[in-house]
Design a protein around this ligand. Structure first.
Ligand code: KIV
Ligand code: ZN
Length: 387
């Protein structure tokens, strides 16, 4: 069986950018959009056009310039929103309107003050109206994670009959466990008439730290589009992180699933998003964190120096780095000190290493880590005494 393509729907500029403090100006948005196109995303959600004139303009600008990915604009299931989204997308080579409404009991009773039947009617109306502007209409069942599967299946069947080309099953509140989310997708695949006419999409939030696991569970049960953001930024605890799902599929599902993402661009894209939004990536963040390919304990350093794969499941070159890092700390052993010394031109004999190591440990105990410059000073100070 050929490997199945999983589409990457990037919502960094919509779900990511709506986070307080992450707002970008138009120039910054265009730079990020160009980088996402370069990275190879299939769909770029450029904004929520009705939300502000600034967002409208950003979606319009991105629609005019970015030609490879589908350009998507968000709307609620409200005619005015849909019309404005269509207007903002009118220059796009391949426009998509993303419309939808809450389907969980909490959303229907408390937020929308409506009934299940009325929500189905509004969903059909929204999709039909969006179809009067564009062929490609994605429907989101907001809070699908807390929506009972039987009712969700009814909604999804109705919107596909109304012409939805993509059905998005968001775990809006990050509530599901991976097996629950996977079962939800499997239930829809088995019970929704016409499901094969539409792409099934996953859009998971990270409130319990499960967004990546849930997205992958979705894929394993029939999802072929993952909605995600660079660095996992997004509402509250964030969205599924693009770099994580892409690398999970690459490392764990070779020959089964693939994406068109150029993984060598992940680090650069992560840094661009982090710098332009002024949101630091945590050091231990998978794939793109500062420490994701850094080794600091003596046992690990010795293993990596002998054979990189002893402690690395990803080649750093595949995500756009040049090498892994050996960080010198008080936990480092002789192998790491000799290795770093060799990198800066000192091929130490066993006796030299013994003396250097003794001095190194005293220094390392007084510092968080020993830089290459610190090591060089130490080598210069110590070696004349040795020879
Ligand atoms: O989390 C969510 O449900 C959303 C929808 C608007 C797709 O962001
Ligand atoms: Zn969301």
């Amino acid at each position: 069986m050929p490997s199945k393509k999983i589409e990457i729907f990037d919502t960094t500029l919509r779900d990511g950018e709506q986070v307080p403090g992450c707002k970008l100006n138009h120039t910054q948005k265009m730079i990020v959009a160009r980088q996402l196109e370069e990275l190879g995303v299939d769909v770029l959600e450029a904004g929520f056009p009705v939300s502000s004139p600034g967002d409208f303009k950003a979606v319009e600008m991105i629609s005019k310039e970015i030609r490879k990915p589908i350009i998507c604009g968000l709307s609620r299931a409200i005619e005015g929103d849909i019309k404005v989204a269509a207007e903002a997308l009118k220059y796009a080579a391949r426009p998509r309107i993303h419309t939808g409404i809450g389907t969980s009991p909490i959303h229907i009773q408390h937020k929308l003050r409506s009934t299940q039947d009325k929500i189905i009617e509004r969903s059909i109306d929204a999709v039909s109206y969006a179809k009067s502007f564009v062929e490609d209409v994605e429907f989101y069942a907001e809070d699908a994670g807390r929506t009972d599967n039987e009712y969700l299946a009814k909604v999804i069947e109705a919107v596909i009959a109304a012409g939805a080309t993509v059905v998005n099953i968001p775990d809006t509140t990050g509530y599901c466990l991976p097996h629950e989310y996977g079962e939800k997708i499997a239930y829809l695949v088995e019970n929704v008439k016409g499901i094969h006419k539409a792409t099934i999409s996953t859009h998971c939030h990270n409130d319990l730290g499960l967004a990546t696991a849930n997205s992958i569970a979705g894929v394993m049960n029939g999802v072929t589009q993952i909605e995600c953001t660079m660095n996992g930024i997004g509402e509250r605890a964030g969205n599924t992180s693009l770099e994580e799902v892409v690398m999970v599929l690459r490392q764990k599902f070779k020959g089964v699933y693939h994406t068109d993402i150029n993984t060598k661009g992940l680090t650069e894209t992560s840094r661009l998003v982090s710098d332009s939004m002024s949101v630091q990536v945590q050091a231990n963040k998978a794939i793109v964190g500062e420490n994701a390919f850094a080794h600091s304990s003596g046992i690990h350093q010795d293993g990596v120096i002998k054979f990189r794969e002893s402690y690395e499941i990803i080649d750093p070159i595949d995500v756009g780095l040049t090498h892994s890092e050996i960080i010198l700390t008080a936990r480092s052993g002789r192998a790491a000190v000799a290795y770093k010394a060799k990198q800066i031109g000192y091929d130490l004999s066993k006796d030299e290493l013994d003396i250097i190591y003794h001095n190194f440990i005293s220094l390392a105990d007084s510092k968080k880590y020993v830089s290459v410059d610190d090591l060089e000073v130490l080598l210069k100070k110590t070696l004349p005494a040795v020879v």
